[in-house]
Write a protein that binds this ligand. Structure first.
Ligand code: SF4
Length: 123
C-alpha cells in the first residue's frame, strides 16, 4: 500500500536565536505528529541529494520556516523552482529580535512561537 503523503517542514536552522526557534518548531511539529509532518534536510536539498529532492516532489504540501528576513530556506527551495504553500518568518511573524550572539533561543520564546504557530495552523 502506498504511504500517505505528509506535510513537509523546511526550516533554516540558522546560527542565531531565530534560527534555533525555526529548527525547534520544525522538530516539535514532527515529534508531536509524525503521521502528518516530515522534515527536510535542507543542506542535502541544497546539494541536490536525490532522497531530499524526492521528499520535496512527493510532499502533500510544504511549510517553510525561516529564522529571519534573509529567508535562506525559502531561497534554497526556490533554486529548485519550489514555492512553499505556507511561509513563516520567525523574526517578523512572531516578533523575536534576531541575535547572532545567541545560538540558542530563550526557552520562553520557543514555547510562545510554538503555541502561536499551532493557533494559526488550527484556524
Ligand atoms: S534565514 Fe536568517 S536565521 Fe535562518 S539561516 Fe538564513 S540568516 Fe540564518
Amino acid at each position: 500500500m502506498a504511504e500517505e503523503k505528509k506535510v513537509l517542514i523546511v526550516s533554516c536552522s540558522g546560527a542565531s536565536n531565530t534560527g534555533d526557534i525555526a529548527d525547534e518548531l520544525a522538530r516539535a511539529l514532527v515529534e508531536e505528529n509524525p503521521e502528518e509532518y516530515d522534515m527536510l534536510c535542507l543542506a542535502a536539498y541544497a546539494i541536490k541529494r536525490l532522497p531530499s529532492l524526492k521528499k520535496v516532489s512527493e510532499a502533500k504540501s510544504i511549510i517553510v520556516i525561516d529564522g529571519c528576513s534573509a529567508k535562506c530556506a525559502s531561497k534554497i527551495l526556490e533554486t529548485g523552482g519550489v514555492k512553499p504553500d505556507t511561509s513563516i518568518e520567525v523574526s517578523a511573524d512572531f516578533q523575536v529580535k534576531k541575535n547572532m550572539e545567541l545560538p540558542r533561543a530563550e526557552e520562553s520564546d520557543v514555547q510562545r512561537v510554538k503555541e502561536d504557530f499551532k493557533k494559526r495552523v488550527q484556524k
